[in-house]
Write a protein that binds this ligand. Structure first.
Ligand code: FES
Length: 311
């Protein structure tokens, strides 16, 4: 600060008697004038109005009060002030020629009430949450259910093999899954692809023989007999779960093609092209003597090389 302004560390005298030193300078952010000095008197800081200053020297300040009056000035509460570094008060530091951060300004009144406002805002949010929770709970529970529910091992009747016209041709079976709990009931339109595999195709699908499916406890749910030519694939692309189609490919012939990121699978489910990390997911399938097809619509985690069952 320039001479002519109270300076931090300057000695403070009352009617010529030393009483302490200046520990802070407080500015009025509106007038940009020094409004108070904070005088450290025997370890206690007192907030003294600038109007008490009788004279200023380079490193000393004379107050017009006597030393006994010092205790009458309010104690300085640092938490009620911000440094000029913490708040942008235009022209303040040029005006009183202080080093950045030297000057304190009162904490804005509005900000002071923030803890109180926060308390009430928090209280209102909590109240709204308590009132709203019963309404959103069924939805939340439905959304979170897959994380905690046992796997869905129900058999779904999806159609009849009479729809399949030829060997090694993908045929889509659309079906509807009714998912119901104590509160919600949802109809899910889904699908699976079924092929009647030629012996060569069947051999490639069941390279290790019969395919065993288990529940969440590892108990065997079903075994696909590797001699049964009907094979069902989950309708979800193992890359990211899109629906794929049976399409004619320019160079690869008839393939399963996923439109989302152009993964291509042959009739055995093997990946021919694209980002798919694993072959199509084979589902448990059974075919009744009347040709009705049932599957367990097992869901595996998308994007993984290995099959990780999630539902
Ligand atoms: S979801 Fe099928 S290729 Fe990405």
């Amino acid at each position: 600060m320039a001479v002519g302004q109270p300076k931090i560390k300057a000695r403070v005298r009352c009617l010529g008697r030393p009483v302490g030193e200046i520990s802070h300078v407080i500015a009025d952010p509106l007038t940009l004038e020094v409004s108070h000095i904070v005088v450290s008197v025997n370890g206690t800081e007192r907030q003294v109005p600038a109007s008490e200053i009788a004279a200023l020297e380079n490193d000393a300040v004379d107050l017009q009060c006597d030393s006994g009056q010092m205790t009458g000035f309010p104690a300085f509460k640092r938490e009620d002030f911000l440094t000029s570094k913490e708040v942008e008060v235009p022209h303040l530091e040029q005006r009183i020629q202080a080093e950045p951060g030297d000057v304190l300004v009162p904490f804005p009144e509005l900000e002071k009430s923030i803890p109180r406002r926060n308390f009430f805002a928090g209280f209102i949010y909590m109240l709204a949450g308590l009132i709203g929770l019963p309404m959103v709970w069924p939805v939340l529970r439905f959304i979170m259910k897959p994380m905690y529910a046992p796997f869905d091992n129900r058999w779904w009747q999806i159609g009849n093999i009479g729809h399949i016209k030829a060997e090694d041709v993908g045929t889509q079976f659309k079906f509807n899954k009714l998912i119901r709990d104590s509160v919600l009931q949802i109809n899910l339109d889904t699908n699976a692809w079924v092929i009647k595999a030629s012996p060569a195709t069947l051999g490639k699908i069941y390279t290790h023989g019969d395919r065993t499916f288990t529940d969440e406890k590892g108990n065997v749910l079903w075994v696909n007999d590797a001699r049964i030519p009907y094979v069902a694939y989950s309708g979800k692309c193992p890359h990211l779960g899109c629906g794929y189609k049976w399409r004619s490919h320019r160079t690869l012939g008839q393939v399963f093609l996923c439109p989302c990121h152009l993964s291509v699978y042959d009739v055995t489910g093997a990946v021919l092209d694209g980002p798919a990390p694993r072959p199509l997911d084979v589902l448990p399938i059974k075919v009744s003597p009347a040709g009705d097809v049932e599957v367990i619509d097992i869901q595996y985690k998308a994007g993984k090389k290995e099959q990780i069952r999630i539902a």
